[in-house]
Write a protein that binds this ligand. Structure first.
Ligand code: EPU
Length: 307
C-alpha cells in the first residue's frame, strides 16, 4: 500500500472498510462499471470528514456514491476514491405534533426503507416515490420524483460536510433545486436530511403507496438491471413516448437493450458494457432528433474513464 493511503486509513483517523480496484458493477443498479481505484465505507461522520480533508490536501479526487442507481460508470472505472454511505442509515423522529412529523434520515438510508417507514406509520408526503431505487442522499441530490411527488417538497434541511470540511446545515430553500437536480455538488458530502411529513390514516397512505407501485410495475421494468430513466423529459413531453414513437423499443447494442415496456429504460441483458450503453444512447437520441427535431438530454450521470 502506498504511504499516503497508509496514513489516510490509519487507526484514529479512519474507521471503516476500504478496498482497492473495486469493480463498480457490484455497486450500480445497471451492473455496469469498471473498477474504482479505491472504494471506502466510512463508519462514522468523523471518519468521513477526515477522509475528505485528506483527499483535498493530497488532491485525490473523490466521488460520493448514493445507491448507484442513476449513474453509468464507464468501463475504465473511476479515478480516485468512491465513498459509500452504507453505514449511515438511521431514521429518527425528531419532532411531532398532531399534524406533522419531522424525521432525520441519514444519507445512506435506502429510499424504499424510508417509504416503508412512512407507510407503516401513516406519514404522508412521499407515497409517489415508491419503487424508486437508491438512497435518500441520492434522492435529495437528484431531487428524485414521480407521479407529481418530489423530494424537495418534503425537505426541511440537510446536514453536509462542505467542500472545505466544515459540518454545515442548509435549509431546503437555500438549495437550488430543479427538475431532477439540486445545487449540491459532488464535493459536498450529504450526511442526513430532515424532512416533514403529514400524519394521515395508515390505510390511506398504504393504499396510495400500493397503487403507485402497481402502476409503476405495469409501466416500468423495475426489476430488470437498469439506471431508471435514461433521458430527461423535454418540456411537456415524455422522453419514453418519443423514443417509443421513433421505433426504438427492443433496439440493442451488445447486451444493452431498449426496454419493450418503457422505452426510456435501457436494460443490461447480461454482460453489458458502458461503451455499448453510450452508443445506444447516441443512436436513440439521433433517431428522436431525426424524427421529431428534439434533442434528448441524459438524465443519468455518466462518470469515470474510458477503458
Ligand atoms: N409512453 C409510451 N411508450 C413508452 C413509455 C411511455 O407511449 O415506452 C407513454 C405512456 O403511455 C404515457 C406517457 O408516455 O402516456 C408518459 O409515460 P409515463 O407515465 O411512464 O411517464 P414518463 O414521463 O415516461 C416520468 C418520469 C419517471 C417516473 C414517471 C412516473 C422522467 C424522465 N421520467 O416518466 O421517472 O417514474 O414519470 O411519474 O422524469 C426516472 O426518473 O428515472 C423515471 C423513470
Amino acid at each position: 500500500m502506498k504511504e499516503e493511503w497508509r496514513y489516510i486509513f490509519s487507526k484514529g483517523v479512519f474507521e471503516g472498510e476500504f478496498r482497492f480496484m473495486e469493480p463498480m458493477k457490484n455497486h450500480t443498479s445497471l451492473r455496469i462499471g469498471g473498477p474504482a481505484d479505491v472504494f471506502v465505507i466510512p463508519q462514522d461522520p468523523l471518519s468521513l470528514r477526515n477522509l475528505q480533508v485528506n483527499f483535498k490536501k493530497m488532491q485525490i479526487p473523490y466521488f460520493p456514491l448514493g445507491g448507484g442507481t442513476n449513474i453509468l460508470v464507464k468501463d475504465g472505472g473511476i479515478e480516485g476514491v468512491v465513498i459509500s454511505f452504507k453505514s449511515f442509515k438511521r431514521i429518527e423522529v425528531i419532532r411531532e405534533d398532531n399534524k406533522y412529523v419531522d424525521l432525520s434520515v441519514e444519507a445512506g438510508t435506502p429510499l424504499q426503507g424510508l417509504v416503508n417507514f412512512s407507510k407503516w406509520n401513516g406519514y404522508s408526503g412521499i407515497e409517489g416515490l415508491t419503487g424508486i431505487p437508491g438512497t435518500v442522499g441520492g434522492a435529495v441530490c437528484g431531487n428524485a420524483g414521480a407521479f407529481g411527488y418530489e423530494m424537495k417538497a418534503v425537505l426541511i434541511s440537510v446536514w453536509m460536510i462542505d467542500a472545505e470540511g466544515r459540518l454545515e446545515r442548509f435549509k431546503a430553500e437555500d438549495i437550488d433545486f430543479g427538475y431532477r437536480r439540486s445545487g449540491i455538488s459532488p464535493a459536498e458530502l450529504l450526511l442526513s436530511a430532515e424532512i416533514r411529513l403529514m400524519k394521515d390514516k395508515k390505510e390511506d397512505v398504504s393504499a396510495r403507496v400500493d397503487s403507485f407501485l402497481k402502476e409503476k410495475r405495469k409501466r416500468q421494468p423495475i426489476s430488470a438491471p437498469s439506471a431508471g430513466c435514461v433521458f430527461k423529459n423535454p418540456d411537456g413531453l415524455s422522453a419514453g413516448k418519443l423514443i417509443d414513437e421513433a421505433g426504438c423499443k427492443g433496439m440493442r447494442i451488445g447486451d444493452v437493450e431498449v426496454s419493450n415496456l418503457h422505452a426510456n429504460f435501457f436494460i443490461n441483458k447480461g454482460e453489458a458494457k458502458a461503451s455499448d450503453f453510450i452508443r445506444l444512447m447516441e443512436k436513440v437520441a439521433l433517431r428522436v432528433k431525426e424524427k421529431f427535431g428534439i434533442v434528448l438530454e441524459p438524465e443519468i450521470r455518466i462518470i469515470g474513464r474510458d477503458a
